[in-house]
Design a protein around this ligand. Structure first.
Ligand code: ATR
Length: 274
């Protein structure tokens, strides 16, 4: 019987997960298909029941459900618990196991571009849900981290939480306090919320160039205003498709137990983004 997988999100229609995972299943010769589970919040309990009854073998979980679905899991992996969010569910014989591969996506994207980032100074912009996996990946890799957010108190809270978790000092402040460093990562939803937003709406353009590497976790547009400013200043850039690719590859491995066909997934993703 064809195994069912899908993306649980609201909205979900824009997601590139189905294309990328279907390509991976095909390459691995696994009889499975990956759909869109666009589900309003009121229908989450009955949807989870259907995951068990249909059954659905696995889920990719995206906004706004990365925290909510934790309430329905039988077991949550340690990294996901520490991050406080899940993006992957595996149905193992009626038991739901949850994981977070977003942080793995960040780690791999960084390693591919800058190598070992242990000891590097990293600045994270934003203190929402997306920032959590990014901060976790950076601290786990041994970077020195600062968190800066429009609402400074949220940056302070997140810095305290992750500082305590790793037993290190995590700096925090408003976005105007950002100075310089090795790596700058934008996790805010600014480009998603406003297509017209410019780099100055986020931070001073001349500060962007004081970072050797600049990353954005959004892949639409691929070159965000922040990355365009970084390119102009001669910094190295990491586009958001890299994090997406590597988090998807880790999901594929959790669902199939096989090594993800990364080049096939990369090619499919690139075609979707053309
Ligand atoms: P997500 O799960 O995508 O991180 P979120 O939890 O709603 O979404 O967090 C959105 C983040 O983007 C927050 O850090 C938010 O800043 P505030 O805490 O001050 O709201 C940030 N953000 C959104 N729009 C922004 C903008 N125009 N300028 C700066 N930061 C912005």
């Amino acid at each position: 019987m064809t195994k069912q997988y899908g993306i649980l999100a609201y909205p979900a229609r824009h997601s590139l997960s189905p294309a990328v995972h279907d390509a991976a299943f095909k390459c691995l010769k696994i009889d499975a298909q990956f759909g869109f589970f666009e589900t309003p919040e009121s229908e989450i309990p009955s949807f989870i029941e259907s995951v068990l009854s249909e059954p659905i073998s696995g889920l990719a979980v995206s906004l706004p459900y990365k925290e909510l679905v934790m309430n329905y899991m039988n077991k949550i992996d340690e990294d996901a618990l520490k991050i406080g969010a899940v993006n992957t569910v595996v149905n193992k014989g009626g038991m739901l196991y949850a994981y977070n591969t977003d942080w793995i996506g960040v780690q791999k994207a960084l390693e591919e571009s800058v190598g070992d980032f242990s000891g590097m100074n990293a600045v994270v912009i934003g203190a929402g849900g997306a920032a959590r996996g990014v901060i976790y990946a950076l601290l786990k890799g041994g970077a020195k981290v600062g968190v800066y957010n429009r609402t400074e108190e949220k940056a302070q809270e997140l810095a305290k939480y992750f500082g305590d978790l790793f037993g290190v000092m995590v700096e925090s402040g408003g976005i105007d306090k950002i100075d310089s460093g090795d790596i700058l990562i934008n996790t805010t939803s600014i480009w998603l919320e406003n297509e017209e937003a410019k780099v100055e709406d986020l931070m001073l353009e001349n500060v962007v160039g004081r970072f050797k590497t600049v990353m954005d976790i959004v892949y639409k547009p691929l070159i965000t205003p922040l990355l365009a400013a970084a390119q102009k200043a001669g910094s190295k850039v990491i586009t958001g498709d890299k994090m997406f690719l590597y988090q998807a590859a880790a999901q594929c491995e959790l669902w199939t137990g096989e090594k993800a066909p990364i080049e096939v997934m990369r090619e499919t993703l690139n075609n979707c983004l053309l």
